[in-house]
Design a protein around this ligand. Sequence first.
Ligand SMILES: [Zn+2]
Length: 187
Amino acid sequence: MIYLSEINDEYFTIGEISFNEEMESVFSDKEILWEDVKSIQFSKSKDDVNIQLNNGEHFHLPSDTSGLISLFKNMPASVANSDKEYIEQIYAELSSCNVCGNIAVWQQQCNVCHSDQNDVKDNNPAVELENIKEEQLQLFATYEENEAIDWEFHLDPHFKRDPNWKLLVTEEEIMAFSRENTWDEEL
Ligand SMILES: [Zn+2]
């Protein structure tokens, strides 16, 4: 699985998760400076995006790669791109994420919290509510006992916020979840 992270106006990271023979997940990250990027273009089918570097290296990302929309939002004018119209159309079609509240969902992927809306949505509203809660617990989880919850890291200046979004978990629930699941976890 390919993902994009740490996207800002200087660089971004293309990451890949694969599994080794012991079925452990292996992460490999490649940091790419915007000044090294020649062009970013959608393929004709719009199914994937081709990132071409000045040194001839290139990468193909499926168009539902989480973070792709953030990539376009941070893309400097020095990068060649002829998809402006299509990208504007994508921006207009973004829907809101019920996990983090950003209007940043395209092709079921939230470009801010990286939740997959296919995993969240359910025909049974009670199940969907539980799914959202579970995702929110993971989103706000802390990693050490004395760490304070960061309530603001999911605020992304590139995306509008859905005024109807609600946080469905309490601080106590997040701390209890973290104690059980994420404290002392080896990262
Ligand atoms: Zn989200």
